[in-house]
Design a protein around this ligand. Structure first.
Ligand SMILES: CC(=O)SCCNC(=O)CCNC(=O)[C@H](O)C(C)(C)COP(=O)(O)OP(=O)(O)OC[C@H]1O[C@@H](n2cnc3c(N)ncnc32)[C@H](O)[C@@H]1OP(=O)(O)O
Ligand SMILES: O=CC(=O)O
Ligand SMILES: [Mg+2]
Length: 727
């Protein structure tokens, strides 16, 4: 139990109080009195509105439930639409406008490129993510299935030159595609130099000298002009760095001494406080905030051990180059860091009111994460995150424009209190709840001076699709959602509104996560479609995925895609209302069991680690042994899907429980090598992880909007107290 310090009528957890006063406030030009007065005022004034917005969500859901209980499917389409308007779910659309956000960094406004997401409470990963601005193409190709293992090109345990050659050839072909030489391929080059005019000249083995076909692609170099150690190329606003070192084990055996080709990869990174994180009490949350401080001040470090080597991981410095004209310049060494706060739903014991009630966690997140980021604005940190003086906050799971307007008010109040100019706090709006998708134009309008992205969080969005129309009928199988009409209409209409409001010109139209971290060949083959659909950024789960996904932005010119799409804008509103129910379910018992097992296994595999180990994002092998990224959003889908089938009698409660037990044994086996893992199947009754998984399904219908946080938090807290009691 936390100790509390009184701040006016509020009580602030001692850990947070200490963090703010000792680690955050000094150097921010905000004094203690000013901060705590503002903190109390904003929480006191905004909490009632936050609660009232949640109440409206509940009322709307109740009316939705009643509608579906009284009507078959959506009922008559026009009547359904009128009903949605009547209950305030569908808002009257306002007049046209354009997004007016200013002071956006190039990473948001100019560069189309990958966006990485990382759990904030994992320092090792968070540092790695911030450093993933630059990624080794050689490593990314060598270590993944993009290069197949045929013809002796196996990965093995030590360097395999046969595989190495394939990697090098593929990488140089990529360089040929973005910065071709006039008369040769980069594969034929034996040396590079920069001539007196500042031109890049490549020499091949027969003595041919050739410049680049487009000399403007050469952006700079390191080392001597006659013997550069790095050659910087620029293509579609992204950089590529050919690194040369003839003494390096790889460079030694390369004709041109190339040891690696680094690509600009994770242009931006979301430091996540939300769905990939477990933070269930003041203690956990203070750790999350402390990492954000370390990232903003540039002081975060952690020891990373691999085999018998231990290194200290810290943030990478900026990179120095000399331009073709001979002038020195720098490029950012780190990804532009954005922070995802939690949404409007959850409350936190970080701050209590007079009666001991927890206050909204989303408000506290904004109050704390903005103050921390002020260090970057003032240039207090070792490095600069935003060079334009902006703080980027991603706001998830908002329902409709009123909730966005509420977040806008919160941001404005926090700016005033912290002495920041208006619209310093930029907002990224996750388009991941149905009510927001249907009212997206109004939602964007509510923050038109501070919005920096919209993003199709299709995972949460699928969970919300199921829960909103829970009573409409049994949902189609989970695997069919990706190709269903509503989902495609949702993706398209997000781009439509992003382009119509000109958000695409000043900021990002973002696309969702690639949730299969090991399936990189499939990603290379498929994820480019998010660019051709109009996205100028899309989410990746790891630095390796960022490096490989970056290749798509060289292949596709998103500006021109968006230019063409602008002329093809059409509303797919009707399809957005298509609820993915199976009107005449005829699944065989085998198909039903397959679906239940798939869902149960992914729920259990994720939840047991969440509740018992405090891991908020996991790679869980599915029944085909493909590791899937599971977070709270994927859990929302699986748990709501099972709950929906249970309600509609596609399966019985007994079948759910039996399947859960069967899959718990599978998950136990998958974790058998983990010495800290407690088997669920040894004692189902007392396994907190197993009971949490069951609750998520058996009580799924009652969960607010189908969210998983309430059950997860309760069970994790229970587990933590049991663990403390046993010490
Ligand atoms: C719907 C949504 O909200 S999506 C947003 C939430 N999702 C995320 O944030 C995804 C975050 N990703 C992850 O947590 C991980 O990639 C997982 C859990 C999916 C897979 O993790 P693992 O199984 O540990 O990865 P794997 O073993 O393949 O690789 C580990 C290495 O990759 C790095 N890595 C993996 N993911 C990340 C990441 N997101 N950021 C930075 N580094 C990462 C690790 O630092 C580690 O390298 P290190 O040993 O040098 O430190
Ligand atoms: O936050 C992302 C999602 O898909 O949900
Ligand atoms: Mg989400």
């Amino acid at each position: 139990m936390s100790q509390y310090i009184k701040i006016g009528k509020l009580q602030v957890a001692e850990g947070l109080h200490r963090l703010i006063e000792q680690e955050v406030l000094p150097g921010t030009d905000v004094d203690k009195q000013q901060y705590w007065d503002g903190f109390e005022r904003i929480l006191t004034e905004l909490t009632p509105e936050n609660r009232s917005l949640l109440k409206q969500r509940e009322e709307i859901q109740q009316k939705m439930d009643e509608w579906h209980q009284q009507n078959e499917g959506i009922g008559e389409r026009e009547a359904y639409r009128s009903f949605l308007k009547e209950i305030g779910y569908l808002e009257p659309e306002q007049s046209d406008f354009h997004v007016e956000t200013t002071r956006l960094d190039d990473e948001i406004a100019v560069q189309a490129g990958p966006q990485l997401v990382v759990p904030a409470n994992n320092a090792r990963y968070a540092l790695n993510a911030a450093n993933a601005r630059w990624g080794s193409l050689y490593d990314a190709l060598y270590g993944t299935d993009v290069i197949d293992e045929t013809d002796g090109a196996t990965k093995g345990t030590s360097y395999n030159p046969v595989r190495g050659e394939k990697v090098i050839a593929r990488s140089k072909q990529f360089v040929d595609s973005i910065a071709p030489l006039e008369r040769a391929s980069h594969e034929q080059v034996t040396s590079y130099r920069i001539d007196e005019e500042g031109q890049l000249i490549a020499t091949t083995s027969d003595g041919t000298e050739t410049p680049l076909r487009h000399p403007g692609s050469f952006a700079g170099y390191q080392g001597k002009p006659s013997e550069p150690t790095s050659i910087l190329l620029k293509h579609q606003n992204l950089h590529v760095d050919i690194q040369i070192d003839r003494d390096h084990p790889i460079g030694k055996s390369d004709k041109a001494g190339v040891k690696d080709i680094e690509v600009e990869a994770a242009v931006s990174t979301i430091i996540d406080f939300e769905d990939s994180v477990t933070a269930v009490d003041a203690e956990d949350k203070v750790d999350v905030y402390r990492h954000w401080i370390g990232l903003m001040k540039g002081t975060l470090s952690t020891k990373v051990s691999k085999g018998d080597k231990t290194i200290e991981r810290t943030l990478n410095p900026d990179r120095q180059y000399v331009s073709p004209k001979g002038e020195s310049f720098e490029l950012q060494g780190r990804s532009l860091m954005l922070v995802r706060n939690v949404g409007h739903l959850m409350t936190t014991d970080l701050v209590l009111d007079e009666s001991g009630q927890e206050m909204p966690e989303g408000i506290v997140d904004t109050l704390v994460s903005s103050l921390i980021a002020k260090h970057d604005l003032l240039g207090n940190g070792k490095y600069r995150n935003s060079r334009k003086g902006s703080i980027y906050i991603v706001k998830p799971k908002m329902h409709g424009s009123k909730e966005v307007a509420f977040a806008n008010r919160l941001f404005a109040e926090v700016e005033k209190m912290l002495g920041m100019s208006p619209n310093t706090l930029k907002m990224g709006v996750m388009d991941e709840e149905r009510r927001t998708s249907l009212n997206l134009k109004n939602a964007i309008r509510a923050v038109k001076e501070r919005i920096f992205f919209i993003n199709t969080g299709f995972l949460d969005r699928t969970g919300d699709e199921i829960h909103t129309s829970f009573y409409a009928g049994p949902m189609i199988r989970k695997g069919e959602m990706k190709t269903s009409a509503w989902l495609n209409a949702y993706e398209d209409s997000n781009v439509t509104y992003g382009l119509a409001t000109r958000l695409g010109d000043v900021g990002q139209i973002g696309k969702g996560m690639w949730p299969m971290p090991d399936e990189m060949k499939a990603m290379i083959d498929n994820k480019e479609s998010q660019l051709t659909a109009g996205g100028n950024t899309a989410w990746v789960p790891s630095p390796t995925a960022a490096t490989l996904h970056a290749l798509h932005y060289h292949n596709i010119n998103v500006d021109s895609v968006q230019h063409h799409l602008r002329n093809e804008l059409e509303s797919r509103f009707d399809e957005l209302l298509d609820i993915p129910v199976e009107a005449n379910p005829s699944w065989s018992q085998k198909e039903i069991q397959e679906e239940l097992e798939t869902n149960a296994q992914s729920i259990l595999g994720y939840v047991v680690r969440w509740v018992e180990h405090g891991v908020g994002c996991s790679k869980v092998p599915n029944l085909q042994d493909i590791g899937l990224m599971e977070d709270r959003a994927t859990l929302r889908i699986s748990s709501q899907h099972m709950a929906n089938w249970l309600y509609h009698g596609i399966c019985t409660e007994d079948e759910v429980i039996t399947t859960m037990k069967k899959m718990a044994r599978v998950v136990d086996k998958q974790n058998a090598d983990d010495p800290n893992y407690t088997s669920m199947s040894d004692d189902f009754e007392n396994s907190t992880g197993f009971q949490a998984a069951l609750d998520l399904v058996l009580k799924g219908k009652e969960q607010p909007n189908g969210y998983t946080e309430p059950v997860l938090h309760e069970k994790r807290q229970e587990h933590k107290s049991k663990a403390k009691a046993n010490i």
